[in-house]
Design a protein around this ligand. Structure first.
Ligand code: IPD
Ligand code: CA
Ligand code: CA
Length: 255
């Protein structure tokens, strides 16, 4: 299956790269911060078309068109562009993220960092790779020397999760905090040992399905803010190199 996941992720990535910097339409969704372009829709349509042709009995959960689960044990979880705001404003940090779950467990996933032409991938039990090279999380256990990354939800103005307070608390306890604008890329850079930790207060399954497996297969840990395993309904996400997980949990719980 991983070959198919990689093939469709790359195919969608080509559509996204071709559309970058050209004329595209932008529509707002829930508010002015939450947007979708016609390239998101083109990318998603190509992915759905691929899956329906090759695996007509499989279910799909895709950001822009919703759920078509078909009562299948296999569900493809699709983010056609993760980092749409970056894409739409000309910042070359965005990805295509596709995870495949079997009976609720992610069995393989790919995140294509489009403009860097970096394909991150993992298969359950087989490690994580970028462009076929094995990757691993850092072994740093010192919070003060950690570089973390986060993101903010589109409903930041009325989100009850104290996203800004948590951000300030981490700024005061680690070396640096970054905000790239693509949760899937955040997770892959953690898996690759660029970042030591990542948290976000409100995500959707398509933001983290593939990236979670890539972090775990690279030796990292992914939970919610109470140290519970994530489910398809989770929105809070903490991912780390494992070694700073407890310390990050403590900060998230205290703020
Ligand atoms: C968003 C990105 C961003 C994160 C937001 C997500 P989208 O996804 O992953 O980094 O902070 O919470 O919604 O809308 O660009 O697919
Ligand atoms: Ca997303
Ligand atoms: Ca998206």
């Amino acid at each position: 299956m991983i070959e198919n996941v990689l093939e469709v992720t790359r195919l969608a990535g080509e559509i996204v790269r071709t559309g970058f910097g050209k004329n595209f339409s932008i529509e707002t969704k829930t508010n002015d911060s939450n947007i979708v372009t016609d390239i998101d829709k083109k990318s998603e349509a190509a992915i759905i078309n691929y899956i329906n042709k090759k695996f007509p009995s499989h279910g799909i959960l895709a950001e822009e068109s919703g759920a078509d689960l078909k009562n299948s044990e296999y569900i493809w979880v699709v983010d056609p562009i993760d980092g749409t705001t970056n894409f739409a404003h000309g910042l070359p940090i965005f990805s295509v993220s596709i995870g495949l779950t079997k009976n609720g467990k992610t069995i393989c996933g790919a995140v294509y960092d489009v403009m860097r032409d970096m394909m991150y991938s993992a298969e359950l039990g087989s490690g994580s790779f970028v462009n076929w090279k094995k990757i691993r999380v850092t072994d740093n256990s010192n919070m003060a020397q950690s570089v973390l990354v986060t993101g903010f939800p589109y409903n930041i103005k009325d989100n009850p999760d104290n996203a800004v307070e948590k951000f300030t608390a981490f700024l005061n306890s680690c070396r640096a905090v970054r905000r790239l604008g693509s949760a899937a890329i955040d997770l892959c850079y953690l898996a690759q040992g660029i970042f030591d930790g990542f948290w976000e207060v409100s995500l959707h399954p398509w933001d983290f399905c593939a990236g979670q497996l890539i972090v775990e297969e690279a030796g990292g840990k992914v939970t919610d803010f109470n140290n519970n395993q994530l489910t398809i309904n989770s929105s809070q996400l903490l991912a780390s190199n494992n070694r700073i997980h407890e310390k990050m949990l403590q900060i998230l719980q205290e703020n």
